[in-house]
Design a protein around this ligand. Structure first.
Ligand SMILES: Cc1cc2nc3c(=O)[nH]c(=O)nc-3n(C[C@H](O)[C@H](O)[C@H](O)COP(=O)(O)OP(=O)(O)OC[C@H]3O[C@@H](n4cnc5c(N)ncnc54)[C@H](O)[C@@H]3O)c2cc1C
Length: 438
């Protein structure tokens, strides 16, 4: 009987399903470690891994397609990695440890990583299946949207979150008249308070975006050729649309896990070592679910990658940094918007709780706004619009759970002033750090 969990070595075959951002980053992390398994990567997209985040500047015409590619197919070959592109894994036989692609290819694995990402969510609205209705997830979608912008005049974007805003701005920059529908009372309602959202809305309106908040989409209509031609709202508003983009959120692509009868809730369930209910199968990125959490930004995914790379290179697991000794641990994430000319940075709750102390600052002339939420002198949330230079410093203080009482007076002025007060206070009082650490 062959040993199914051999020590990590070149005879240990690791198959990674998905050549997206998580799958590719895992490859890079494995290559950086001394002892790694033999690797095969299978990706459903025909292009080798690219920086999906940059699809927004690509759509806006601010970046060349070639700048998105992370590594070429030749690079994979040079690293001795087998790369299979344009094939979708359809099934996993966990007993024989064999998977099958839609092209009929069969591949054996010792260990398997699911890095299949997510798919765009679609609202249950009549007309969503019409030609001319797009999503914005991959290179193919970006190409299709660029073509739609050449052919048509009016676009409707459904969704006022990060992705919807970036898609809307991209199409506007390509010359389309864009209407943006947001179901909630404000743009980016998961990240921004009302003031910052209104500032953002007014900036975007000034650029020519037609923004509808509290918008209830009733249906999409087709013209005589069967092509989408309008979006109809519950209040009777009718918006002309040669092209519609659905950007209301994402759904983990967990089907492969379901078919293989792994434990799946919304995503493929993993523990802190990114291990699924089958100890030979791991999952990471947007397809996985860890303690009820799902993922939609790369920052937590990068931390998952490091934990999993340690785990997959067993020798390295023993040397893993103290930071990763606990495996993957949830941490808050901060959000930025990638629309050129607009800076915003946010983390933590959007609305204050009764125990929060709220500090805010607004300079209408400069277009700056800052709002901080503190609990017992510690920062729990921030919304910055305009000058966001201090955002990472605030985030760092929040992550460290640092008591900022000593620099409260300068907190809204930004990182440099606040840090100077903190430094002064710790010089004057050597006991201070002990208090902070408590
Ligand atoms: C336009 C856009 C802008 C974004 N901007 C930001 C940003 O500014 N900041 C940020 O943090 N995040 C951003 N994101 C989100 C970020 O791109 C994702 O969090 C990240 O790509 C997730 O990585 P992943 O590997 O889990 O999924 P993906 O990158 O989607 O990779 C999954 C890959 O698996 C493939 N696949 C799926 N099923 C199979 C199968 N059965 N067989 C083979 N292959 C399969 C898919 O085709 C895909 O290539 C943005 C996303 C988009 C779409």
């Amino acid at each position: 009987m062959p040993q199914r969990h051999p020590e990590t070595s070149a005879t240990d075959r690791l198959v990674i399903v998905g050549n997206g951002m998580a799958g590719h980053r895992l490859v890079e992390a494995l290559l950086a470690r001394p002892e790694r398994p033999a690797i095969t990567v299978i990706g459903a997209e025909t292009a080798p891994a690219y920086n999906r985040i940059l699809l927004s500047p690509l759509l806006a015409g601010e970046m060349e397609r070639s700048a998105l590619i992370l590594r070429s197919a030749e690079w994979y070959a040079e690293q001795g990695i087998e790369l299979v592109l344009g094939e979708r894994v359809e099934s996993i036989d966990r007993t024989s440890r064999r998977l099958t692609t839609d092209a009929g290819r069969e591949l054996d694995y010792d260990r398997l990583v699911l890095a299949t990402g997510s798919t765009p969510a679609r609202p249950p609205v009549p007309g969503l299946e019409l030609p001319g209705v797009h999503v914005f997830r991959d290179l193919h979608d970006a190409d299709a949207l660029a073509r739609a912008a050449e052919a048509g005049r009016n676009a409707v974007v459904i969704g006022g979150g990060l992705l919807g805003l970036e898609a809307a701005e991209g199409l506007r920059k390509r010359g389309m008249q864009v209407s943006l529908l947001q179901r909630e009372d404000r743009l980016m309602n998961r990240q921004l308070d009302l003031t910052a959202a209104r500032l953002l809305e007014s900036e975007l309106r000034g650029r020519g975006l037609d923004i509808h908040t509290d918008a209830q989409l009733e249906r999409l209509e087709a013209n005589a050729e069967g092509q989408v031609c309008a979006a109809l709202l519950a209040d009777g508003t009718r918006l002309a649309a040669d092209c519609v983009v659905v950007a209301i959120g994402i759904v983990p692509q967990a089907e492969l896990g379901r078919v293989a009868e792994l434990e799946v809730n919304r995503g493929v369930i993993v523990d802190e070592w990114l291990t699924t209910s089958d100890p030979a199968i791991y999952a990471l990125g947007e397809c996985c679910e860890h303690r009820g959490n799902l993922y939609g930004l790369v920052e937590p995914i990068w931390r998952q990658v490091e934990v999993l790379a340690d785990k997959l290179c067993r020798a390295n697991a023993e040397r893993a940094s103290a930071e990763r000794a606990q495996g993957y641990v949830e941490k808050p994430t901060a959000t930025k918007l990638k629309v050129s000319g607009i800076s915003l940075y946010a983390f933590g709750p959007t609305e204050p709780e009764p125990e929060h102390e709220v500090l805010s600052y607004r300079d209408p002339q400069q277009g700056d706004y800052r709002r901080l939420l503190l609990r017992d002198g510690r920062l729990e949330g921030a919304v910055l619009y305009g000058d966001t230079a201090s955002g990472p410093w605030y985030f760092e203080q929040a992550l460290a759970g640092r008591d900022l009482s000593d620099c409260r007076a300068a907190l809204l002025l930004g990182a440099a002033d606040a840090q100077a007060l903190l430094d002064d206070a710790s010089n004057e009082s050597p006991q201070r750090p002990a208090k902070e650490a408590a």
